[in-house]
Structure formats: structure tokens, C-alpha cells
Design a protein around this ligand. Structure first.
Ligand SMILES: Cc1cc2nc3c(=O)[nH]c(=O)nc-3n(C[C@H](O)[C@H](O)[C@H](O)COP(=O)(O)O)c2cc1C
Ligand code: SF4
Ligand code: SF4
Length: 288
């Protein structure tokens, strides 16, 4: 079988960067300035670090043909001050206008989310963007119906003591579920809150770090949304309903293969925050 990658020896200056950077240790250099040997290419996780680090484009890797490799200047990064300001200024803005989010902005948010790291570089995270008002309603209705089912169980006098013994804090969210359901009946959607788009982030059910991978993707996407002037909040109620229901009905109804792990409600802001507020400071960090 042809190797996944090899070194174009005449181009290589034997700087040893590939040896230092490869997480799978697939390059070796016996002595400084010496030739580079390539080992066991089948163990490559396809991260592209070697190709991105090589100063001479001397690594020919089947997964990374030239058109997939993009030089960039670190000078174009946001400054630390700009980055910190985006972290501080970023909020969950639920004051949406009726204006829809431009498709280009949704695509940029997905692209940023897709760039997040994944465990073992497995890249099993997929995205579904919903803008169809009927499908958005379907998400809210699914969530409300799951909570109504939960409420029914919690109110059942026969089940009550059993649930209390098995899950002591199961009743904590009862007033919240009751309020969500009541408000929905009155025409107030407290699940999506007038969002005009939802980004669902999902992975195959078997993905070992599916939750972590998806939530890292979420945060990339949400920072991008902030910089684009698009408002967003985390759809925790929807996620919680997906987890409670356990049948994968929402995934099936939306044609999603796998399990939803994170979700972002999106819309154009009625107005934007121009102040940031300090977070609780006490005991939040230790340096050892
Ligand atoms: C895991 C998680 C679940 C959340 N679920 C919801 C939700 O269902 N609805 C909502 O309006 N906000 C939700 N939020 C947003 C939080 O309420 C919000 O992040 C928090 O109040 C801090 O506000 P900030 O994001 O503006 O800093 C969720 C946030 C996280 C991290
Ligand atoms: S990083 Fe590139 S130039 Fe440097 S040793 Fe590896 S293959 Fe050669
Ligand atoms: S793509 Fe990543 S794992 Fe594969 S050889 Fe290059 S650095 Fe190593």
C-alpha cells in the first residue's frame, strides 16, 4: 500500500520541526541536522501539523494537497486585548428582532464551529442549520411535550416516592417546566424566544467525546456570531429534552443521523450590549 505521506528529500532542510510537532511521533531524526525518517504512516491522525509547520513544503501528504494548505500571517490575528474584549463583551442576547440572519453569516458561524478541535482529530461533528419557521416550531413543541411528559410522571402519586428515592433533585425543575408549558399555551415561546435560526450540533451516538467536541464547536461558533453582530444563546432546554426523551425523536424528525449534543438559537439583535459586567470573582481560580 502506498504511504499516506512522504518527505520530498531535496526540498527538506532537516530543521526537525516535523519531528517535534507530530503528535503520533511519526518522524525521527537520529542526530540534529540529519535525515528525517518516516515511520508507520498508518498511525497518522490526519491533524496536518507536520504540513502546516514545514517551512519548505517538503511533506507530501495525501490528506493535504496544496489547495488545502493556506499560509497566513499571525499579524492578522486579533490582538490579545481585542480577543479579551470579545470574551468579555460576548453575551447570550435573547432580544431578537424579526429580521432573519443572513445565510452568509450562518455559514461563517458554522465554518468557525467546524474549525474547533476534536478528540483524536476524529472530526465527527456535524451541523444542521434550521431556518424554516415550521421546523423551528417543531423544536419548541418537541421540548414542551417532553417536559409535559416529565411533569405527568412527577405528579403521579404512585411514581412520586419512587422518583424521589431514585433522583432526589428530580422535583427541582418542576416549577420551571410548569412555567414553560404555561407560557407556551399563552403563545410565549420561552424555548427558542423568537430565534429565526437554530444550529444543532451532533455526532454519531458512538462518538466517545461527542459532547466535548460539540461544545467546543459551539463556543467557536458563538464567538464568531458575536463578531458578526448575530445574537445567540445556548438551547439548554432543547438539549435537556433530547437527553430526557432518549428515543431520538427530534433527530429522526429532522433527518439527523446521530445524537444532538449542543444547540445554538440565533437571531438578529433588537439591540446590542455596549457594557460588560464583571463576573463573580471569589475563588474562581487557583494557580499552583
Ligand atoms: C449549558 C448551557 C445551557 C443553557 N441553556 C439555556 C436555555 O435553554 N435558554 C436560554 O435562554 N439560555 C440558556 N443558556 C444561557 C445562560 O443562561 C447564559 O449563558 C448565562 O446566563 C450567562 O449569560 P451570558 O451568556 O450572557 O454571559 C445556557 C447556557 C449554557 C452554558
Ligand atoms: S519540517 Fe519539513 S523541512 Fe523541516 S525536517 Fe521536516 S520535512 Fe524537512
Ligand atoms: S498529519 Fe499529524 S499525525 Fe499525521 S504525520 Fe502529520 S503531524 Fe503526524
Amino acid at each position: 500500500m502506498e504511504a499516506l505521506f512522504h518527505i520530498n528529500q531535496p526540498a527538506c532542510i532537516r530543521c526537525g520541526r516535523c519531528v517535534q510537532i507530530c503528535p503520533s511521533r511519526l518522524f525521527a531524526q537520529e542526530k540534529q541536522g540529519g535525515d528525517i525518517q518516516v515511520k508507520d504512516t498508518a498511525s497518522c491522525i490526519g491533524c496536518g501539523h507536520c504540513v502546516a509547520a514545514c517551512p519548505r513544503d517538503a511533506i507530501e501528504h495525501k490528506l493535504f494537497p496544496r489547495e488545502k494548505v493556506h499560509p497566513f500571517s499571525l499579524k492578522d490575528y486579533p490582538t490579545p486585548e481585542q480577543m479579551m474584549l470579545a470574551c468579555k463583551g460576548r453575551r447570550s442576547n435573547r432580544a431578537f428582532s424579526k429580521e432573519t440572519v443572513p445565510m452568509e453569516a450562518l455559514q461563517q458561524i458554522v465554518e468557525a464551529a467546524h474549525r474547533a478541535p476534536t478528540a483524536s482529530n476524529l472530526q465527527q461533528v456535524s451541523f444542521t442549520v434550521i431556518t424554516d419557521p415550521q421546523r423551528l416550531r417543531q423544536i419548541t413543541e418537541f421540548t414542551i411535550n417532553v417536559y409535559r411528559g416529565v411533569l405527568k410522571k412527577l405528579r403521579n402519586p404512585l411514581l412520586k416516592p419512587l422518583i424521589k428515592a431514585a433522583i432526589p433533585d428530580a422535583f427541582r425543575y418542576m416549577p420551571v417546566f410548569e412555567r414553560l408549558s404555561r407560557e407556551y399555551e399563552k403563545g410565549n415561546d420561552l424555548i427558542l424566544r423568537g430565534a429565526t435560526a437554530v444550529l444543532l450540533i451532533h455526532t454519531p451516538a458512538s462518538c466517545r467525546f461527542g459532547i466535548e467536541d460539540s461544545n467546543l464547536a459551539y463556543q467557536n461558533g458563538s464567538l464568531m456570531a458575536e463578531c458578526l453582530g448575530v445574537s445567540q444563546f445556548y438551547t439548554g432546554f432543547v438539549l435537556s429534552a433530547v437527553k430526557q426523551e432518549k428515543k431520538g425523536s427530534l433527530e429522526k424528525s429532522l433527518g439527523i443521523q446521530g445524537t444532538i449534543r449542543a444547540g445554538m438559537a440565533l437571531g438578529m439583535p433588537a439591540f446590542r450590549f455596549t457594557k460588560y459586567i464583571d463576573k463573580q470573582e471569589e475563588g474562581f481560580v487557583r494557580y499552583l
